[in-house]
Design a binder for this molecule. Structure first.
Ligand SMILES: [Zn+2]
Length: 289
């Protein structure tokens, strides 16, 4: 069984102030999560959906960060979580984006140099029923148009992403799409302040911080939970007072409370290796067509 590879901030010891904040987080009941265990168990598969080429200033470093999109099957439903890059990044060359990369002076350039997420699904005859997104940055929502489905994400994320005054969202990718807001109108689950049931066997959890409306999805694989969390586990490490850091602390607390939870983030090589060749997480049997 694939146990995942925890992102650095989830496994490293934190400073005493952050540890104390983690311990002091308000905790709600876990009941909505336990109930997942009684519903149809999910299977999850990860797909490469582009990459972020890293630049040191204007110079390509040759290093890139993978972009992961997921398919979740639960009951009769096939759902996608995030969707990778749009076709407009196919084989692109040129300048990196203006936004700051993972370290001072570093920048990214999105690059689609393999099949898009939609092409990978097409090739396998997988036709998703719904397209969910953890948030609407270009490396998570860019591929939704090609899936031909409305984009389901939190109502807060939609409000921010569609506000022309807010920078950092790919207007080009989002323009003219249909949207299906997920309203987190139910109470806390463990350290997560709000939740919604998006499908039988699948919860959306409030993990705001990376963006104001970032959410994660929790499913039960039968032997463990899977938390599909987008970029909620990658706050800037030296900004412990940021909203993004708090979102990450909520996930740390959840892991401390419920051991063995599989963290499935938006940029991860281990989960791609685990699913290479068509393997599904959460089932020993191959998924039927
Ligand atoms: Zn991302």
């Amino acid at each position: 069984m694939f146990e995942g590879q925890l992102p650095p901030l989830l496994k490293a010891a934190l400073d005493p102030v952050s540890e104390a904040r983690t311990g002091a987080l308000g905790m709600g009941p876990w009941d909505p999560a336990w109930e997942l265990g009684e519903q149809p168990h999910a299977r999850v598969r990860a797909y490469p959906a582009g990459k972020l080429a890293l630049f040191d200033g204007a110079r390509p470093t040759g290093v890139s960060i993978p972009i992961v999109a997921y398919v979740v099957r639960v009951g009769d439903l096939t759902l996608t979580v995030d969707s990778g890059l749009s076709e407009r990044w196919r084989g692109t060359t040129g300048e990196p984006l203006a936004e700051q990369g993972p370290a001072p002076g570093m920048r990214y350039r999105p690059l689609l140099d393999g099949p898009s997420f939609a092409e990978s699904l097409d090739a396998e005859g997988i036709r998703p029923d719904r397209a969910l997104c953890t948030h609407l940055h270009l490396d998570h929502a860019g591929g939704v148009r090609a899936l031909g489905l409305p984009v389901a994400t939190s109502a807060e994320e939609l409000a921010v992403a569609l506000d022309p005054a807010v920078a950092g969202y790919p207007r080009q990718d989002l323009q003219g799409l249909e949207f299906a807001p997920i309203v987190l109108d139910r109470g806390p689950v463990g350290p997560f302040p709000r939740h919604a049931r998006v499908a039988p066997g699948l919860l959306a959890l409030d993990t705001a911080g990376h963006t104001p409306g970032s959410i994660s999805f929790l499913a039960c694989l039968g032997t463990s939970w899977a938390l599909l969390c987008g970029d909620a586990v990658y706050p800037v490490a030296d900004q412990p007072d940021s909203a993004a850091f708090l979102g990450m602390l909520r996930i740390r607390r959840a892991l401390a409370e419920v051991g063995g939870t599989l963290v499935l983030p938006g940029h991860d090589t281990a989960v791609l290796r685990a699913c290479a060749g068509g393997a599904w997480l959460g089932s020993d049997a191959p998924a039927e067509g």
